[in-house]
Design a protein around this ligand. Sequence first.
Ligand SMILES: [Zn+2]
Length: 198
Amino acid sequence: MMQTLMSANNAGVGLPPQDRKAGWIEVICGSMFSGKSQELIRRLRLANIARQKVQTFNSALDVRYGKSHIISHDLSRVPCHPVRTAREILTAVLPDTQVVGIDEIHFFGPEIVDVCETLADAGRRVIAAGLDQDYRGQPFEATARLMAVAEFITKNLAVCIVCGAPANRSQRLTSTRKRISVGASDKYEARCRRCFTR
Ligand SMILES: [Zn+2]
């Protein structure tokens, strides 16, 4: 049976199934300053307390606070493994890993969806956090597609810095038109629908 599961779900990626346990995908999405990384860190810590084997990944592009930890804006942190491509996650996940955390999923292309599905199919709990919209208010494809196939979705809202309403947009304060521009409060602020300008 082990071999059947292995060949059905994981051909070529070297991931043994986790004793036929069902895996699943949790998505934590929202705007900048909505506490996504903080929520990811909270869930990973609870799994750690339960002595589950946890591995956490982020994009090598995310250099905001150093590459070897996921760090939230309130400076809580967990160790993580930076990867250049989503596929690298599959080769880095160890056979006995039960929980896989992935931060800043919008930094990866749509291939992150297949990677998360492969991990969940092989019995892992996948917790993925990232922006749902870019600085123009357009959906990030990777996050949108992952939300469609996920079992659980948490959408966090920030507080609009202009009017105090619930904020689901990230207002860019610089003039760059690159879709990914790494930064925090130096480059972005949370805005509601009404106060957001394209
Ligand atoms: Zn507002």
